[in-house]
Design a protein around this ligand. Sequence first.
Ligand code: SAM
Length: 288
Amino acid sequence: MIETEQLAYPISDSEFLKLKTLLYEVSGIALSDHKKSMVVSRLSRRLRILEMSSFAAYLDYIDKTSGESGEKDELVQMLDLLSTNKTDFFREQHHFDFLSERILKDRRASQPIRIWSAACSSGEEPYSIAMTVYDAFSSQQRPDILSPSCKILASDLSTRVLDQAASGIYKMEGVRNLELPQLKRHFLKGSGVQEGCVKVKKHLSTLVSFKRINLMDDCFPIKTPLDVIFCRNVMIYFDRPTQECLIGKFHHVLKPGGVLFIGHSESLNWIQHQFKMLEPTIYQKEID
Ligand SMILES: C[S@@+](CC[C@H](N)C(=O)[O-])C[C@H]1O[C@@H](n2cnc3c(N)ncnc32)[C@H](O)[C@@H]1O
């Protein structure tokens, strides 16, 4: 494993400040100075690939490269390299128990439900939601009923993780937490070049659609109000004003009575919001 300071390019304070500011402006991620060596190490690899000699040249390149979408191409690459994408199937199991026992229990499979996994990383979270919904309706479930009524939107800023998520392919060790019957029910075992991997079955993948959404956007591309939002383990990287603004936007796109899940190391204690706390990390938009 070669990720040493030795191979890192030198960076001046003003160059680091420019990178930090750029990252904050585009993604809301507020980097602290102790992340400098991580930033330099991850981006030095990129500089080598681009055969660039300095961070000054790289910053200039970011500024000059414009993508077809109008967003700067290299900026997307930089975000991909600097974002932290750690995730897991059924991470914070208690949220999936709450979804199953308190939100889905008395619903009919044919009753529409809209769920958003915002900042979904490589897809373990939205597929865990899909498994929870599918299993909750297992007595009534028929894919032709569930598929049009349950829609799970999964989004992230990083195109790299979204591609991974949309493939639905995971290494065996990534699904080690799942019980065998669950694994058999929801995954296909890879063979040949896919040996050692599993792929989510179609009854799950048809429930989930992937889209690149930046949580910093002024408004979200959501037309139908949502029943549930999972936004876990990303707000921790945002400063308080950014968190407050995001929580306000989530409130706006949820139905009255809709539920917001946040990460276990996150809290709405220090910010202004209009939610009612049901349990720590679980909030509800009040019914008018
Ligand atoms: C640590 S992962 C959390 C994944 C999952 N929610 C979980 O709890 O397991 C954080 C994710 O947030 C994404 N992210 C960071 N800033 C974002 C932004 N401004 N808009 C959308 N996603 C963002 C990152 O790309 C990363 O995939």
